[in-house]
Design a protein around this ligand. Structure first.
Ligand code: PLP
Length: 341
């Protein structure tokens, strides 16, 4: 059987043979006692990359985000973020259900944040009002098609947050892609945020794992929140070893995923389904508003020919390139999708 070309997500990658070898060889201990040397090494490595004092390994990006939000927004106080932000829209209501966090969103603007609008939304402490405690941004922005939020915008938001005395969180599930696309060092991003969550199991190809990054004080509290959420793992060094391997070997190669996404997008653009300006990293959003096929039908027909596409909505599709997609896979996807469109 020919191999499936799975473009649904960059989470579908399987660990490579050398990554599995690194996992098998990992030194381990009980991480709830902070005695797993490989987890400790990964945490130190990621903290240093982002120029922060400490980091904490978590099983998923969602848990890392939710731990971070609980660190910076007390219950019944407010988080501001984009209407399509993963932290409030795609984490099954965790911020409200687990953190007791009230959230307000600015209109989804394909990643182009209107800083003045965000500033105008901040509510200070006061009788009857829910005070705003933090702003969250997503880098890169998933639903916006992997767009990179520019440093100028992030700096302007930081100024707004500083003026208001509130915190900033970065959902950096794909921050590595932003680093490769714009050449901004991770530490430069790190300097702009109180907390970041960064993910090893999206573009970097590890099977599991994300980290919360922040000050030593925050991360000490984060350990406690992680345990309360059921995320205290034991010999997690086997998983952390995959993360260390991914950081050492899979960051620079993200440029290849970006080139492949671009090639795919350029092949599909003549059908009027892609905004090429938004294709900067490894995501391609398909706007099927004007095509004969809707997204579920396109996904079903493509699947019959071995190409897997996400239907995000009735008329929205998504393609993501990753470690397990090579040039031949892109050729096949282009053949199948152009013939269907
Ligand atoms: C932007 C973003 N943040 C967070 C997550 C959550 O990651 P996880 O699936 O590991 O919980 C995802 C998942 O795809 C994501 O795309």
């Amino acid at each position: 059987m020919t191999q499936l070309v799975d473009l649904r997500s960059d989470t579908v990658t399987k660990p490579t043979a050398p990554m599995r070898a690194a996992m098998a060889a990992a030194e381990v201990g009980d991480d709830v006692y902070a005695e797993d040397p490989t987890v400790n090494a990964l945490e130190r490595k990621v903290a240093a990359m982002f120029g922060h004092e400490a980091a904490l390994f978590a099983p998923t990006g969602s848990m890392a985000n939710q731990i971070a939000l609980q660190l910076i927004v007390p219950p019944a106080q407010e988080l501001l973020c984009d209407a399509n932000a993963h932290v409030v829209t795609y984490e099954i209501g965790a911020a409200a259900a687990i953190g007791g966090i009230s959230s307000r969103t600015w209109p989804f603007a394909a990643g182009a944040i209107d800083v003045e609008q965000v500033a105008s939304m901040i509510r200070p402490d006061g009788y009857h009002a829910v005070p705003t405690r933090a702003i969250a941004v997503e880098q890169t922005h998933n639903m916006a098609g992997g767009v990179v939020i520019g440093l100028e915008t992030l700096r302007a938001l930081r100024e707004v947050a500083d003026t208001a005395g509130i915190a900033m969180h970065c959902d950096g599930a794909r921050i590595w892609h932003a680093h490769i696309a714009d050449g901004v060092p991770p530490a430069e991003y790190g300097a702009l945020f109180d907390t970041l969550s960064v993910c090893l199991s999206k573009g970097l190809g590890a099977p599991v794992g994300s980290l919360v990054v922040g000050s030593a004080e925050k991360i000490a509290k984060a350990r406690w929140i992680r345990k309360r959420m059921g995320g205290g793992m034991r010999q997690a060094g086997i998983l952390a070893a995959a993360g260390v391997y991914a950081l050492d070997n899979h960051v620079e190669r993200l440029a290849e995923d970006h080139v492949r996404a671009r090639r795919l997008a350029e092949a599909l653009a003549p059908f009027g389904v892609v905004d090429l300006d938004r294709v900067r990293t490894n995501l391609v959003i398909l706007d099927l508003a004007k095509t004969a096929l809707d997204a579920p039908t396109l996904a079903a027909r493509a699947r019959e020919q071995g190409v897997l596409v996400s239907a995000l909505g009735p008329r929205t599709g998504r393609l993501i390139t990753h470690l397990d997609i090579d040039d031949a896979a892109i050729d096949r996807a282009i053949d199948v999708l152009t013939s269907l469109l």
